[in-house]
Design a binder for this molecule. Sequence first.
Ligand SMILES: Nc1ncnc2c1ncn2[C@@H]1O[C@H](COP(=O)(O)OP(=O)(O)OP(=O)(O)O)[C@@H](O)[C@H]1O
Ligand SMILES: [Mg+2]
Length: 264
Amino acid sequence: MITMTGITKAFHRGDVNEVLALNNVDLSINDGDFITIIGSNGAGKSTFLNAVAGSFPLDAGRIVLGEDDVTNWPEYKRASLIGRVFQDPLLGTCSGATIEQNLAMAVKRGKRRGLGLGVKPAEREFFREKLAVLGLGLEDRLKTSTGLLSGGQRQALTMLMATLVRPRLLLLDEHTAALDPKTGGMVLDLTAEIVESQNLSALMVTHNMAQAISLGNRLIMFHRGEIVMDIAGEEKRNLKVEDLLLRFSELRGEEGFSDRMLLC
Ligand SMILES: Nc1ncnc2c1ncn2[C@@H]1O[C@H](COP(=O)(O)OP(=O)(O)OP(=O)(O)O)[C@@H](O)[C@H]1O
Ligand SMILES: [Mg+2]
C-alpha cells in the first residue's frame, strides 16, 4: 500500500506569480494498481509525480511507500524504490554511456556505493536476456553508445532500466508523447506487459484519453491541483472518451462561472 496524504506545493509563494500546483492531494494506491492520470495543461500532474519522486520539498503532506515513510528522503534515496520514465527520451539514459553501462547504472539505482560502470560477464548475460524481450535487437548491441539509438529504442531501454530492479512504484509522465504513433504504441505495449508481469504499482500520465481508458485498472483526473475524479474497476471499464470530454467541459464551465463571478 502506498499513501500520499495532504500533498501541497505552491511555486513562487508570496509572489504575484504564486501558483498552488498541488492543493492538499490525498491518494492511496493498492499494490498492483496501474493508475492512468489525465488533466488539462497545468493541472498539476507532473508536479504530483515530481513530488512523489522527491524532486523538491513539499509545503505539506506525507508520502509512505509500504513500510517506508519517504517524506524526508532525498530524491536519490527514493530512486531505490521508484522507477521513472519521462516524456523526453534523452532524460532516461546517459548518451555518453553504452547500453550495458546504462543497465549497470540502473542495477545500482539509489545506492551510494559502487557507481563504477564495469560490467561482469554474468551481468552481461542477464542484460542480454532482458533486452531480448524488447524485440528490438538491442541484445546484440550491448556496447553501442545509447546516444546512437532512436527515441523509441531509448524509451524502451529506459522502461527496462526503470523496472530492472523491481520498483515499489513506477512513474510514467507522458512517456510516449514524443514518439511517433507506431513507436509510441510499441513502448505502450511494453509498458502494459512489464507492469502486468511484475505486478507493479504504477502512475501513468497521458493526454490520450483512449489510452487512459484502455490501460490500467484505475483512472484519476487532476484539475487545478486537485484530484476531481477517481474511478476504478467496472466503472472504468465502461468509461467512454465522451464521458471524459463531458467532464472536462463541465470543469471548464466552472471556470467560466468563476470568471463571471469575478466580473460582478
Ligand atoms: N518549477 C516550477 N516553477 C514554477 N511553476 C511551476 C513549476 N513547475 C510547475 N509549475 C506550475 O505548476 C502548475 C502545474 O504544472 P504541471 O507541470 O504539474 O502541470 P501538468 O498537469 O503536468 O501539465 P501538462 O499537461 O502541460 O504537462 C502550472 O501552473 C505550472 O506552471
Ligand atoms: Mg506535465
